[in-house]
Design a protein around this ligand. Structure first.
Ligand SMILES: [Zn+2]
Ligand SMILES: [Zn+2]
Length: 304
């Protein structure tokens, strides 16, 4: 099952000619996980051909307008386009009031079940194959960073060895992958003879808007991809500090400190028509950095 990240909007605060407001879509097989919902996200979501009736969860980092003003439109559009499946939305305190105030004012009642969960830090979703952990970001108002983390997967199965050990093909093969031992007649067979060590799943951390801080480093530990606030370049460090954001250099340090494999610079200020400078500065600190752009898709592999 592949895991990909599509950056639907990569700007910050106000949209610019080239960047919409923040929203990131993780696709895990048929399932959708959407992080933040800036204005116009529903159009980007359609362009990405994400599918309107999939299993889907939305995570909101904080209640600044650039991260939530797209949410009412998104909920509205999904209803118009015929969504029937439940939709779960997670975010900090105040999110439920925001959604119900807008929906009440415009007399919108979703035809699909809409579940809004206000969360704090810790594991907020514990699905069979992955979890979502929230951690505190450091911003002017309560703000959550999120880590999507697949649970370890069973190791590679060796059918040649299974046949050699005369284990009948069928349900017993499946059982070997999930248990440590298998009884075949009077034999007790260790699964390690046939199944490789468990494979580590993918980890992606989403941390905007935030100053560089230890709690994000902890949350992002060993991420395959860290998507980090990178509003400004190094020369605007004071501005970044004043407004609760990060420079690309600070984002790069966060990537290095958390031993992440790859960094995506995100939430780029509209003052940069060309944000290449941010990329150059970040790469001096952390080589495996990319500059996100609207509708860019990155595949995150488990092969390592
Ligand atoms: Zn923002
Ligand atoms: Zn903000």
């Amino acid at each position: 099952m592949s895991v990909s990240v599509t950056f639907l909007g990569t700007g910050g605060s106000v949209p610019s000619k080239h960047r919409m407001l923040p929203s990131v879509l993780i696709r895990r097989g048929p399932e959708l996980l959407l992080f933040d919902c800036g204005e116009g996200t529903q159009r980007q979501f359609l362009k990405a051909r994400a599918g309107i009736n999939r299993k889907m969860r939305i995570f909101i980092s904080h209640l600044h307008g650039d991260h939530v003003f797209g949410l009412p439109g998104m909920l509205h559009s999904l209803a118009f386009m015929g969504r029937t499946r439940e939709l779960q939305i997670y975010g900090p305190r105040g999110l439920a009031d925001f959604i119900s105030a807008v929906n009440d004012a415009v007399k919108f009642y979703a035809q699909y079940p809409l579940k809004v969960k206000e969360v704090r830090t810790g594991t907020i979703v514990n699905d069979t194959e992955y979890k979502i952990v929230a951690g505190p970001a450091k911003h002017g108002i309560p703000c959550l960073a999120y880590a999507f983390e697949e649970k370890p997967m069973p190791g590679k199965f060796n059918p040649t060895m299974a046949k050699k050990l005369e284990i009948p093909e069928g349900p017993l093969w499946k059982k070997l992958q999930t248990s440590r031992y298998l009884r075949v007649g009077d034999r007790k067979i260790s699964s390690s003879l046939v199944v490789g060590p468990p494979r580590k799943g993918v980890k992606i951390t989403y941390a905007v808007d935030t100053r560089p801080c230890a709690s994000v480093v902890r949350l992002a530990r060993n991420s395959d991809l860290l998507i980090h606030d990178s509003s400004f370049d190094f020369s605007a460090s004071q501005k970044a500090s004043d407004y609760g954001h990060s420079t690309s250099t600070e984002a790069a340090r966060q990537a290095a400190r958390s031993s992440s494999r790859k960094l995506a610079l995100f939430h780029i200020s509209a003052m940069y028509e060309d944000a290449n400078l941010l990329l150059i500065q970040a790469r001096r600190v952390f080589r495996n950095t990319i500059l996100s752009s609207d509708m860019m898709t990155v595949y995150v592999s488990r092969n390592r």
